[in-house]
Design a protein around this ligand. Structure first.
Ligand code: NDP
Ligand code: GUE
Length: 280
């Protein structure tokens, strides 16, 4: 039987309506600052989306666009100013940064209380020990989708393909906290298919089109495709060979319309959390 499509876009709309209501109940408007450096076209699209999402939910947002040649010092000074501003609850610095930047130093400069991406070592550590303050946006969006469709990771074998600090690692951690048995695969995993075939829930977060083919998926598995790749015709696709895998999986996320919209929702959610922490 073909898989049920997990509609991230529809769930995102529902979540945004709830967040809007919660924002309206605050004493002061939450504020998000988004920093973009250079002119990566994909980054530009995401940042535009974030701005619109904030407007829809009543969150104040500011954008800072720095030129490609901007210096590390300039960016750190901007972050320092934003850290000190009471009207700004969350700060997001869009990645990747141009190569002259020390990404680690930039992420560590953001006040952990405003780190709505959950990239600061303090927040990553809190997450690791099971006391999350902010939630990592993409992985948390995946958990929301699983919950919405009644998919409980408890006791399931979850295989995460990809081990980045942004997606793979925090995804594995969130699944572990929900009592899944978790395996993390990466580029040095010798026989990827042998591992992915064991997955009850498979999360693909690599960035390679058609990496996950039907023969690598167990019949009835839940398949979550986090990746965002561009095809020759400019359309988006994930890591999963969607048509053939959808024939075998029980649930599947589409690209676009799956993990992307939910990632943005979790950013709004974290901004709301930050605003509450700041007494709003
Ligand atoms: N939906 C959303 O909101 C988001 C989507 N994305 C998308 O998700 C994807 C992953 O992003 P990100 O984690 O930042 O990417 P990274 O490039 O940081 O990480 C990719 C990971 O995939 C692993 N990998 C590479 N090739 C293979 C292979 N052949 N088999 C198994 N594993 C492999 C790498 O292994 P190794 O560590 O050994 O190099 C690495 O751990 C991208 O397509 C990105 O665009 C990202 C963020 C948010
Ligand atoms: N500091 C930082 N935080 C991030 O969260 C971050 C980042 N940097 N750098 C890049 C990645 C990627 N990412 C996406 C978010 C939403 C969609 C998204 O909404 N996608 C839509 C389609 C969007 C389109 O139309 O192009 C969808 O899948 O339906 C995609 C990708 C966040 N990232």
């Amino acid at each position: 039987m073909p898989a049920t499509i997990i509609d991230g876009k529809a769930l995102a709309a529902k979540c945004k309506a709830r967040i809007k209501g919660e924002v309206e109940a605050l004493s002061k408007r939450p504020g998000l600052a988004v920093i973009i450096v250079g002119d990566n076209p994909a980054s530009r699209i995401y940042v535009n989306h974030k701005k619109k999402d904030c407007e829809e939910c009543g969150i104040y947002s500011e954008e800072y666009a720095l030129p490609e040649q901007a210096a590390q010092k300039e960016l750190l000074e901007l972050i320092d100013v934003l850290n000190g501003r009471e009207d700004i609850d969350g700060i997001l610095c869009q990645l990747p940064l141009p190569e002259q930047f020390d990404e680690k130093a930039v992420l560590e400069a953001i006040d952990p209380g405003k780190d709505v991406d959950c990239f600061h070592p303090y927040n990553v550590g809190k997450l690791m020990i099971g006391e999350p303050v902010f939630l990592p946006c993409t992985p948390a969006g995946v958990m929301e989708m699983l919950d919405e469709y009644g998919i409980d990771p408890k006791g399931k074998h979850c295989v995460v393909v990809g081990r980045s600090n942004i997606v793979g690692k925090p995804q594995a951690m969130l699944l572990l906290h929900r009592h899944a048995t978790v395996t993390i695969c990466h580029s040095r995993t010798p026989d990827l298919g042998a591992v992915t075939r064991q997955a009850d829930i498979l999360v693909a977060a690599v960035g390679k089109r058609d990496l996950i083919t039907a023969d690598m998926v167990k019949e009835g598995a839940v398949v979550i495709d986090v990746a965002m790749n561009k095809k020759e015709d400019g359309k988006l696709c994930g890591d999963v060979a969607y048509a053939e895998v959808a024939e075998k999986a029980s649930y599947i996320t589409p690209v676009p319309g799956g993990c992307g919209p939910m990632t943005r929702v979790m950013l709004l959610q974290n901004t709301l959390t930050a605003a509450r922490t700041h007494g709003k």
